[in-house]
Design a binder for this molecule. Structure first.
Ligand code: ADP
Length: 159
């Protein structure tokens, strides 16, 4: 199919759900740039550098690269020469927000299209916020995040 797609997000931290989307995307597109937004307004637990590093360590495969970006996604995508944005869709609850975002991005750049990818049902209930909360309270998240992230979370919460 197309050559290059951008998969943007906060990735605070990357979970097996994100990795599932990246893997599915990598089977369709020749190249994927995982674009980590600084998302300062969301007060991330991990710094931008830490989020990029965790992704780099867990997505090492041909055709997938990780970068950070600031500002408007459509401007970043245009600068990279990408016309496709990948987003994950878990449940109906994701739909309204993602629908608005996709149409706003198309308004800002009419050449831009958003591709929605559904993860394996194993990861449908998973999000970064829940993973942080369960980890903070000492719950077992070893099947939900890569080891790299598990260790980083343990270190953050001294568990
Ligand atoms: P954002 O701040 O942009 O929502 P996230 O890192 O939370 O950043 O999510 C990035 C993208 O990955 C979004 O499209 C989100 O719907 C998707 N995503 C997050 N968790 C999962 C999951 N478990 N399965 C599938 N997609 C997911």
């Amino acid at each position: 199919m197309g050559d290059l797609a951008i998969y943007p997000g906060t990735f605070d931290p990357v979970t097996n759900g994100h990795l599932d989307i990246i893997q599915r995307g990598a089977e369709i597109f020749d190249r994927i740039i995982v674009a980590v937004a600084s998302s300062r307004n969301k007060n991330p637990l991990f710094s931008l550098e830490e989020r990029v590093e965790m992704l780099q360590k867990t997505t090492a495969r041909q055709g997938v690269s990780v970068e950070s970006f600031d500002g408007l996604l459509v401007d970043y995508a245009r600068a990279k020469g990408a016309r496709v944005i990948i987003r994950g869709l878990r449940a109906v609850s994701d739909f309204e927000y993602e629908f608005q975002l996709a149409l706003m991005n198309r308004k800002l750049n009419p050449d831009m299209d958003t591709f929605f990818v559904m993860p394996s049902e194993r990861y449908v209930y998973l999000n970064s916020g829940l993973v942080k909360e369960v980890s903070r309270l000492g719950g077992d998240i070893s099947s939900l995040v890569p080891d790299e992230v598990l260790n980083k979370l343990k270190a953050k919460y001294n568990k």
